[in-house]
Design a protein around this ligand. Structure first.
Ligand code: NAI
Ligand code: MG
Length: 366
Protein backbone atom coordinates (compact mmCIF):
# COMPACT_ATOMS: atom_id res chain seq x y z
CA UNK A 1 0.00 0.00 0.00
CA UNK A 2 1.02 3.62 -0.41
CA UNK A 3 2.88 5.44 2.35
CA UNK A 4 0.51 7.53 4.47
CA UNK A 5 0.68 11.21 5.19
CA UNK A 6 -1.45 13.27 7.56
CA UNK A 7 -1.64 16.93 6.58
CA UNK A 8 -2.49 19.52 9.22
CA UNK A 9 -2.47 22.95 7.51
CA UNK A 10 -3.45 24.85 10.68
CA UNK A 11 -3.99 28.61 10.81
CA UNK A 12 -2.98 31.83 9.07
CA UNK A 13 -0.62 31.20 6.15
CA UNK A 14 -0.49 27.48 7.06
CA UNK A 15 -3.28 26.51 4.61
CA UNK A 16 -1.83 28.84 1.94
CA UNK A 17 1.63 27.29 1.92
CA UNK A 18 0.23 23.79 2.34
CA UNK A 19 -1.90 24.21 -0.80
CA UNK A 20 1.37 24.49 -2.76
CA UNK A 21 2.72 21.34 -1.12
CA UNK A 22 -0.48 19.54 -2.10
CA UNK A 23 0.27 20.39 -5.74
CA UNK A 24 3.74 18.91 -5.33
CA UNK A 25 2.43 15.75 -3.66
CA UNK A 26 0.00 15.35 -6.56
CA UNK A 27 2.87 15.86 -9.00
CA UNK A 28 4.84 12.99 -7.41
CA UNK A 29 1.78 10.73 -7.67
CA UNK A 30 1.16 11.59 -11.32
CA UNK A 31 4.70 11.96 -12.67
CA UNK A 32 6.99 9.85 -10.47
CA UNK A 33 4.63 7.01 -9.60
CA UNK A 34 5.06 7.95 -5.96
CA UNK A 35 1.56 8.17 -4.53
CA UNK A 36 0.70 8.88 -0.92
CA UNK A 37 -2.46 8.15 1.03
CA UNK A 38 -3.13 11.69 2.15
CA UNK A 39 -5.60 12.63 4.85
CA UNK A 40 -6.16 16.13 6.13
CA UNK A 41 -7.32 17.40 9.50
CA UNK A 42 -7.42 20.41 11.82
CA UNK A 43 -4.88 21.64 14.34
CA UNK A 44 -4.54 24.86 16.32
CA UNK A 45 -7.07 27.68 16.30
CA UNK A 46 -9.20 26.17 13.53
CA UNK A 47 -9.51 22.94 15.55
CA UNK A 48 -10.48 25.00 18.60
CA UNK A 49 -13.16 26.78 16.57
CA UNK A 50 -14.68 23.47 15.49
CA UNK A 51 -14.08 21.19 18.51
CA UNK A 52 -13.22 23.47 21.44
CA UNK A 53 -9.74 21.92 21.57
CA UNK A 54 -6.61 22.67 19.50
CA UNK A 55 -6.13 18.95 18.79
CA UNK A 56 -9.00 16.49 18.74
CA UNK A 57 -8.32 12.99 20.12
CA UNK A 58 -9.20 11.47 16.73
CA UNK A 59 -6.57 13.67 15.06
CA UNK A 60 -4.01 12.65 17.69
CA UNK A 61 -4.82 8.98 17.05
CA UNK A 62 -4.42 9.46 13.28
CA UNK A 63 -1.06 11.15 13.79
CA UNK A 64 0.15 8.08 15.70
CA UNK A 65 -0.82 5.76 12.85
CA UNK A 66 0.48 7.49 9.74
CA UNK A 67 4.01 7.28 8.33
CA UNK A 68 4.50 11.04 8.64
CA UNK A 69 2.68 14.20 9.67
CA UNK A 70 3.10 17.45 7.74
CA UNK A 71 2.04 20.60 9.61
CA UNK A 72 1.64 24.20 8.39
CA UNK A 73 1.50 26.62 11.32
CA UNK A 74 -0.79 27.38 14.24
CA UNK A 75 -1.95 30.48 16.10
CA UNK A 76 -3.08 34.00 15.47
CA UNK A 77 -4.29 37.14 17.24
CA UNK A 78 -7.85 35.81 17.34
CA UNK A 79 -6.70 33.16 19.82
CA UNK A 80 -4.32 35.22 21.95
CA UNK A 81 -6.81 35.68 24.77
CA UNK A 82 -7.73 31.98 25.04
CA UNK A 83 -6.95 30.06 28.19
CA UNK A 84 -3.47 28.51 28.11
CA UNK A 85 -4.90 24.99 28.14
CA UNK A 86 -6.61 25.45 24.77
CA UNK A 87 -4.17 27.79 23.01
CA UNK A 88 -3.33 26.75 19.41
CA UNK A 89 0.31 26.02 20.37
CA UNK A 90 -0.96 23.36 22.77
CA UNK A 91 -2.09 21.32 19.79
CA UNK A 92 1.44 21.28 18.42
CA UNK A 93 2.95 20.60 21.85
CA UNK A 94 0.59 17.67 22.35
CA UNK A 95 1.61 16.16 19.01
CA UNK A 96 5.31 16.46 19.87
CA UNK A 97 4.84 15.08 23.36
CA UNK A 98 2.55 12.13 22.63
CA UNK A 99 4.54 11.11 19.56
CA UNK A 100 7.64 11.49 21.77
CA UNK A 101 9.54 13.42 19.10
CA UNK A 102 12.87 13.81 20.81
CA UNK A 103 15.10 14.76 17.87
CA UNK A 104 14.49 18.11 16.20
CA UNK A 105 16.22 18.44 12.83
CA UNK A 106 17.00 21.94 11.66
CA UNK A 107 18.96 22.14 8.40
CA UNK A 108 20.77 25.33 7.49
CA UNK A 109 21.22 25.33 3.77
CA UNK A 110 22.29 28.23 1.64
CA UNK A 111 20.95 28.54 -1.87
CA UNK A 112 23.50 30.42 -3.96
CA UNK A 113 20.86 32.76 -5.35
CA UNK A 114 20.14 33.94 -1.81
CA UNK A 115 23.70 34.12 -0.47
CA UNK A 116 23.48 37.92 -0.44
CA UNK A 117 20.69 37.59 2.09
CA UNK A 118 22.98 36.18 4.74
CA UNK A 119 24.30 38.35 7.51
CA UNK A 120 27.71 36.81 6.78
CA UNK A 121 30.02 37.25 3.82
CA UNK A 122 28.94 35.43 0.70
CA UNK A 123 31.96 33.10 0.48
CA UNK A 124 31.40 31.99 4.08
CA UNK A 125 27.85 30.78 3.39
CA UNK A 126 27.79 29.90 -0.33
CA UNK A 127 27.06 26.18 -0.63
CA UNK A 128 26.51 25.81 3.11
CA UNK A 129 24.54 22.67 4.01
CA UNK A 130 24.57 21.63 7.65
CA UNK A 131 22.11 19.87 9.94
CA UNK A 132 21.58 20.69 13.59
CA UNK A 133 19.87 18.08 15.75
CA UNK A 134 18.40 19.48 18.93
CA UNK A 135 17.17 17.25 21.75
CA UNK A 136 13.55 18.32 22.13
CA UNK A 137 11.83 16.57 25.03
CA UNK A 138 14.14 16.91 28.03
CA UNK A 139 16.83 19.13 29.53
CA UNK A 140 16.43 22.44 31.28
CA UNK A 141 13.03 23.26 29.74
CA UNK A 142 11.51 20.26 31.52
CA UNK A 143 13.78 19.31 34.47
CA UNK A 144 12.45 19.36 38.03
CA UNK A 145 12.60 21.19 40.37
CA UNK A 146 11.41 24.25 38.53
CA UNK A 147 9.53 27.31 39.70
CA UNK A 148 9.84 30.61 41.47
CA UNK A 149 10.34 30.02 45.18
CA UNK A 150 10.72 32.13 48.28
CA UNK A 151 14.20 32.03 49.77
CA UNK A 152 14.67 34.17 52.85
CA UNK A 153 13.34 37.60 51.99
CA UNK A 154 13.65 37.33 48.23
CA UNK A 155 12.49 35.01 45.47
CA UNK A 156 14.56 32.59 43.43
CA UNK A 157 13.79 31.33 39.91
CA UNK A 158 14.84 27.73 39.34
CA UNK A 159 15.20 25.48 36.32
CA UNK A 160 17.05 22.20 36.30
CA UNK A 161 19.20 20.84 33.52
CA UNK A 162 18.63 17.11 33.66
CA UNK A 163 19.48 14.34 31.19
CA UNK A 164 19.28 10.59 31.71
CA UNK A 165 21.68 8.28 29.92
CA UNK A 166 18.90 6.82 27.79
CA UNK A 167 17.75 10.28 26.72
CA UNK A 168 21.27 11.09 25.57
CA UNK A 169 21.71 7.70 23.90
CA UNK A 170 18.63 7.97 21.72
CA UNK A 171 19.33 11.47 20.42
CA UNK A 172 22.99 10.53 19.92
CA UNK A 173 21.81 7.65 17.71
CA UNK A 174 19.67 10.12 15.74
CA UNK A 175 22.83 12.15 15.23
CA UNK A 176 24.93 9.20 14.09
CA UNK A 177 22.19 7.87 11.79
CA UNK A 178 21.90 11.31 10.22
CA UNK A 179 25.68 11.50 9.82
CA UNK A 180 25.62 8.17 7.96
CA UNK A 181 22.99 9.58 5.55
CA UNK A 182 25.13 12.65 4.95
CA UNK A 183 28.86 13.35 5.28
CA UNK A 184 29.63 10.69 7.94
CA UNK A 185 30.78 13.36 10.36
CA UNK A 186 29.18 14.31 13.68
CA UNK A 187 30.03 17.11 16.11
CA UNK A 188 28.47 16.93 19.58
CA UNK A 189 28.14 20.16 21.57
CA UNK A 190 27.70 20.70 25.32
CA UNK A 191 29.53 22.47 28.12
CA UNK A 192 31.30 19.59 29.83
CA UNK A 193 33.75 22.13 31.26
CA UNK A 194 31.14 23.60 33.61
CA UNK A 195 28.06 21.32 33.61
CA UNK A 196 27.61 17.81 35.03
CA UNK A 197 24.95 17.03 32.43
CA UNK A 198 27.55 18.04 29.85
CA UNK A 199 30.10 15.60 31.27
CA UNK A 200 27.57 12.76 31.02
CA UNK A 201 26.46 13.92 27.56
CA UNK A 202 30.01 13.81 26.20
CA UNK A 203 30.75 10.42 27.77
CA UNK A 204 27.55 8.80 26.47
CA UNK A 205 27.87 10.20 22.94
CA UNK A 206 31.47 8.97 22.80
CA UNK A 207 30.45 5.47 23.98
CA UNK A 208 27.60 5.20 21.43
CA UNK A 209 30.07 6.30 18.76
CA UNK A 210 32.77 3.81 19.79
CA UNK A 211 30.42 0.84 20.14
CA UNK A 212 27.78 1.39 17.44
CA UNK A 213 29.12 3.89 14.91
CA UNK A 214 32.91 3.52 14.70
CA UNK A 215 32.65 4.44 10.99
CA UNK A 216 31.37 7.94 11.80
CA UNK A 217 33.95 10.63 12.51
CA UNK A 218 32.98 12.07 15.92
CA UNK A 219 34.17 15.30 17.50
CA UNK A 220 33.13 17.29 20.59
CA UNK A 221 32.98 21.02 21.06
CA UNK A 222 31.91 23.34 23.87
CA UNK A 223 28.66 24.99 22.81
CA UNK A 224 29.94 28.54 23.21
CA UNK A 225 32.93 27.75 21.00
CA UNK A 226 30.45 26.10 18.63
CA UNK A 227 28.50 29.35 18.33
CA UNK A 228 31.74 31.12 17.48
CA UNK A 229 32.78 28.52 14.91
CA UNK A 230 29.31 28.53 13.32
CA UNK A 231 29.66 32.20 12.49
CA UNK A 232 33.39 32.05 11.67
CA UNK A 233 33.42 29.10 9.26
CA UNK A 234 30.14 27.14 9.29
CA UNK A 235 31.20 24.86 6.43
CA UNK A 236 33.51 22.97 8.83
CA UNK A 237 30.36 21.23 10.17
CA UNK A 238 28.06 18.63 8.70
CA UNK A 239 25.81 17.23 11.45
CA UNK A 240 25.71 18.78 14.93
CA UNK A 241 23.93 17.12 17.85
CA UNK A 242 23.22 19.09 21.01
CA UNK A 243 20.82 19.47 23.92
CA UNK A 244 17.52 21.30 24.09
CA UNK A 245 18.75 24.69 25.32
CA UNK A 246 21.94 24.95 23.26
CA UNK A 247 20.07 23.54 20.28
CA UNK A 248 17.42 26.23 20.56
CA UNK A 249 20.08 28.94 20.35
CA UNK A 250 22.43 27.31 17.86
CA UNK A 251 19.68 26.33 15.42
CA UNK A 252 18.29 29.87 15.36
CA UNK A 253 21.79 31.21 14.85
CA UNK A 254 22.52 28.75 12.05
CA UNK A 255 19.16 29.46 10.43
CA UNK A 256 19.95 33.12 10.05
CA UNK A 257 23.23 32.34 8.33
CA UNK A 258 21.12 31.46 5.34
CA UNK A 259 18.35 34.02 5.01
CA UNK A 260 14.60 34.28 5.40
CA UNK A 261 12.29 32.54 7.84
CA UNK A 262 10.16 31.70 4.81
CA UNK A 263 12.90 29.31 3.61
CA UNK A 264 13.47 27.17 6.70
CA UNK A 265 12.13 23.60 7.04
CA UNK A 266 12.32 21.34 10.08
CA UNK A 267 11.56 17.83 11.19
CA UNK A 268 10.97 16.25 14.56
CA UNK A 269 11.66 12.54 14.81
CA UNK A 270 10.91 9.94 17.47
CA UNK A 271 11.55 6.26 17.95
CA UNK A 272 11.31 3.84 15.02
CA UNK A 273 7.83 2.36 14.48
CA UNK A 274 7.12 -1.30 13.66
CA UNK A 275 7.83 -0.63 9.97
CA UNK A 276 11.26 0.79 10.85
CA UNK A 277 10.31 4.38 10.02
CA UNK A 278 10.71 6.94 12.78
CA UNK A 279 7.66 8.71 14.16
CA UNK A 280 7.88 12.00 12.32
CA UNK A 281 6.43 15.49 12.13
CA UNK A 282 7.59 17.89 9.40
CA UNK A 283 6.88 21.61 9.56
CA UNK A 284 8.26 24.96 8.45
CA UNK A 285 10.08 26.88 11.19
CA UNK A 286 7.90 29.96 10.72
CA UNK A 287 4.55 30.64 12.38
CA UNK A 288 1.15 31.60 11.00
CA UNK A 289 2.29 35.11 9.96
CA UNK A 290 -1.00 36.93 10.66
CA UNK A 291 0.46 40.14 9.18
CA UNK A 292 0.43 38.64 5.67
CA UNK A 293 -2.19 35.87 5.99
CA UNK A 294 -4.90 35.73 3.35
CA UNK A 295 -3.00 37.93 0.89
CA UNK A 296 -1.17 35.36 -1.21
CA UNK A 297 2.17 36.76 -0.08
CA UNK A 298 3.54 33.85 1.95
CA UNK A 299 6.65 32.05 0.80
CA UNK A 300 5.76 28.36 0.44
CA UNK A 301 9.38 27.17 0.19
CA UNK A 302 9.86 26.39 3.91
CA UNK A 303 6.86 24.08 3.77
CA UNK A 304 7.93 22.60 0.41
CA UNK A 305 11.40 21.86 1.79
CA UNK A 306 9.77 20.28 4.86
CA UNK A 307 8.08 17.84 2.48
CA UNK A 308 11.47 17.21 0.85
CA UNK A 309 12.77 16.27 4.30
CA UNK A 310 9.84 13.86 4.67
CA UNK A 311 10.77 12.24 1.34
CA UNK A 312 14.34 11.78 2.57
CA UNK A 313 13.94 10.88 6.23
CA UNK A 314 10.57 9.09 6.38
CA UNK A 315 10.24 7.55 2.93
CA UNK A 316 13.82 6.77 1.96
CA UNK A 317 13.43 8.78 -1.24
CA UNK A 318 16.63 10.78 -1.01
CA UNK A 319 16.84 11.08 -4.81
CA UNK A 320 13.35 12.54 -5.02
CA UNK A 321 14.10 14.89 -2.11
CA UNK A 322 17.16 16.11 -4.01
CA UNK A 323 15.04 16.53 -7.15
CA UNK A 324 12.65 18.78 -5.22
CA UNK A 325 15.45 20.78 -3.59
CA UNK A 326 17.08 21.27 -7.00
CA UNK A 327 13.74 22.50 -8.37
CA UNK A 328 13.59 25.08 -5.57
CA UNK A 329 17.18 26.05 -6.28
CA UNK A 330 16.32 26.52 -9.96
CA UNK A 331 13.33 28.82 -9.38
CA UNK A 332 15.46 30.94 -7.07
CA UNK A 333 18.27 31.06 -9.61
CA UNK A 334 15.70 32.07 -12.24
CA UNK A 335 14.82 35.05 -10.06
CA UNK A 336 11.45 34.07 -8.60
CA UNK A 337 11.03 35.89 -5.29
CA UNK A 338 8.17 36.13 -2.85
CA UNK A 339 8.04 39.45 -0.99
CA UNK A 340 10.08 38.21 1.98
CA UNK A 341 13.01 37.48 -0.38
CA UNK A 342 13.14 40.90 -1.97
CA UNK A 343 14.25 43.18 0.83
CA UNK A 344 14.67 46.70 -0.46
CA UNK A 345 14.94 45.76 -4.13
CA UNK A 346 12.41 47.47 -6.37
CA UNK A 347 11.20 44.30 -8.10
CA UNK A 348 7.66 43.01 -7.90
CA UNK A 349 7.22 39.76 -5.99
CA UNK A 350 5.51 36.57 -7.11
CA UNK A 351 2.55 35.24 -5.16
CA UNK A 352 2.44 32.08 -3.06
CA UNK A 353 0.77 30.09 -5.83
CA UNK A 354 3.04 31.49 -8.55
CA UNK A 355 6.02 30.28 -6.54
CA UNK A 356 4.41 26.84 -6.16
CA UNK A 357 3.66 26.69 -9.88
CA UNK A 358 7.24 27.66 -10.70
CA UNK A 359 8.51 24.76 -8.57
CA UNK A 360 6.14 22.39 -10.40
CA UNK A 361 7.43 23.68 -13.75
CA UNK A 362 11.01 23.10 -12.58
CA UNK A 363 10.05 19.57 -11.47
CA UNK A 364 8.52 18.96 -14.90
CA UNK A 365 11.79 20.04 -16.50
CA UNK A 366 13.89 17.85 -14.17
P1 NAI B 1 5.88 34.22 12.31
O1 NAI B 1 6.91 33.23 11.94
O2 NAI B 1 4.47 33.85 12.06
O3 NAI B 1 6.17 35.61 11.55
C1 NAI B 1 7.36 36.38 11.76
C2 NAI B 1 7.58 37.31 10.55
O4 NAI B 1 8.06 36.52 9.45
C3 NAI B 1 6.31 37.99 10.07
O5 NAI B 1 6.61 39.29 9.63
C4 NAI B 1 5.86 37.13 8.92
O6 NAI B 1 5.12 37.83 7.95
C5 NAI B 1 7.19 36.61 8.34
N1 NAI B 1 7.02 35.28 7.77
C6 NAI B 1 6.88 34.12 8.45
N2 NAI B 1 6.72 33.09 7.62
C7 NAI B 1 6.74 33.61 6.37
C8 NAI B 1 6.61 33.04 5.07
N3 NAI B 1 6.42 31.71 4.89
N4 NAI B 1 6.68 33.86 4.01
C9 NAI B 1 6.87 35.18 4.17
N5 NAI B 1 7.00 35.78 5.36
C10 NAI B 1 6.94 35.00 6.45
O7 NAI B 1 6.09 34.55 13.87
P2 NAI B 1 5.24 35.50 14.84
O8 NAI B 1 4.77 36.70 14.10
O9 NAI B 1 6.07 35.66 16.03
O10 NAI B 1 3.97 34.63 15.27
C11 NAI B 1 2.71 34.69 14.61
C12 NAI B 1 1.82 33.59 15.14
O11 NAI B 1 2.37 32.30 14.81
C13 NAI B 1 1.67 33.58 16.66
O12 NAI B 1 0.34 33.23 16.98
C14 NAI B 1 2.63 32.53 17.11
O13 NAI B 1 2.26 31.96 18.33
C15 NAI B 1 2.53 31.54 15.99
N6 NAI B 1 3.72 30.68 15.81
C16 NAI B 1 3.49 29.40 15.45
C17 NAI B 1 4.54 28.55 15.19
C18 NAI B 1 4.23 27.17 14.70
O14 NAI B 1 3.11 26.90 14.31
N7 NAI B 1 5.18 26.28 14.69
C19 NAI B 1 5.93 28.98 15.32
C20 NAI B 1 6.08 30.39 15.64
C21 NAI B 1 4.99 31.18 15.90
MG1 MG C 1 13.82 29.21 19.22
Amino acid sequence: SNPSLLILPGDGIGPEVMAEVRKIIDWYGAKRDLAFDVSEDLVGGCAYDKHGTPLHDDTMAKAQEVDAVLLGAVGGPKYDTLDFSVKPERGLLRLRKEMDLYANLRPAQCFDALADFSSLKKHVVAGLDIMIIRELTSGVYFGEPRGIFKEGNERVGINTQRYTESEIERVARSGFEMARKRGNKLCSMEKANVMESGVLWREVVQRIGDTEYPDVELSHMYADAGAMQLTRWPKQFDVIVTDNLFGDLLSDLAAMLTGSLGMLPSASLGAPMANGRPKALYEPVHGSAPDIAGQGKANPIACILSFAMALRYSFDKGDEATRLEKAVEKVLADGYRTADLLGEEGRSPVSTSQMGDAVIAALDAS
